[in-house]
Design a protein around this ligand. Structure first.
Ligand code: SF4
Length: 307
């Protein structure tokens, strides 16, 4: 059995009051890491590596599957209320990229940032850790995909515009604020995310030298009220890809990506959608296809590649 890691507040005899720093709701820990580039697998196996600057995520979305990768059961229960900063990540990344090019002098790696955290969660505003990783990567020019739901990404436009192969995936799982507030109450508004995509699209180069692409990921696709549907889909015209996916199946096994019980509880409030989830999903997909004829509509894993 894996050894339980000791984090103050989450182990016997270590009350949370001992945590050195609180940021919003989150207990903050720091840690030195041996490696930040991890071999990509599963849904994102098309990439060489995943890159997660943080462990844990302050957004604490009710459906988040990354909860399965918490250090111990109490932290899994308290998902959203802790974050571990990989404080030496930039230094380690530089060494790992140097090593990659020693072995692969003519091929740049492909990196997916991030698979089990949001690289622009609130603490990034203070720590600038993700920014420091971009500063390293820009020298090595990997193919980079950034997955986030935070408008904070626009802070780094000056760095992002220097990447030659960049895809930015912004999570927008619903067009209805009410639904967003139920499933992910701590995350930025839908309006702010869509606005951020517009700013990025306007600010980043896209030409023969700079292949910059944009996706909206609706994974999982959450209910969208009929009144919001047209307006949402219309606003997606600025991206080149929309990725949709139903909820993952639920598992009792802790280390399997699945929908959390918290989210399943919320689905009861939206029985008008979930009683016929598959049909509603297909109707939504068909609306996307009809209204966005020039945009790639991809489902599940097929939508997570760079190309
Ligand atoms: S933003 Fe992503 S990683 Fe963070 S809690 Fe939500 S789904 Fe999980």
């Amino acid at each position: 059995m894996a050894k339980t890691q000791a984090y103050e507040g989450y182990c016997k005899g270590t009350p949370t009051i001992l945590v050195k720093e609180k940021f919003g709701n989150a207990n903050v820990y720091t840690k030195n890491t041996q490696s930040v580039l991890n071999k990509a697998s599963g849904f994102i196996s098309a990439y060489d590596f995943t890159l997660n600057p943080y462990r844990g995520c302050q957004y604490g979305c009710s459906y988040c599957y990354a909860v399965a990768f918490s250090p111990n059961p109490p932290m899994r229960q308290d998902w959203g209320n802790w974050v571990i900063i990989k404080q030496n990540a930039a230094e380690v990344l530089e060494k790992e990229l140097q090593k990659w090019y020693e072995k692969n002098p003519t091929r740049s790696p492909s990196i997916y940032m991030s698979s089990v955290t949001d690289p622009y969660q609130p603490i990034e505003g203070k720590e600038k850790l993700t920014r420091s990783l971009l500063e390293v990567m820009v020298k090595y020019q990997p193919t980079l995909v950034i997955q986030t739901r935070s408008p904070m990404i626009t802070r780094d436009i000056n760095l992002l515009r220097q990447f030659h192969r960049l895809r930015i995936n912004i999570s927008v799982p619903t067009g209805s604020e009410r639904v967003r507030r139920d499933f992910e109450p701590r995350s930025p508004s839908i309006f702010a995310r869509l606005r951020a995509i517009g700013i990025l699209k306007h600010s980043l180069p896209c030409n023969a030298d700079y292949d910059t692409r944009f996706s909206v990921t609706m994974t999982p696709l959450l209910p969208t009220l009929e009144a919001d549907m047209f307006s949402l889909i219309n606003k997606l015209q600025v991206v080149d890809r929309v990725v949709i996916q139903e909820f993952h199946a639920s598992h009792n096994r802790t280390l399997v990506a699945s929908t959390r019980p918290e989210a399943l509880e919320i689905t009861k409030k939206y029985s008008w959608w979930y009683d016929n989830e598959q049909l509603n999903y297909l109707v939504f997909r068909d609306k996307l296809v009809a209204m966005l004829p020039d945009i790639e509509i991809k489902e599940g894993q097929a939508g997570f590649g760079y190309d």
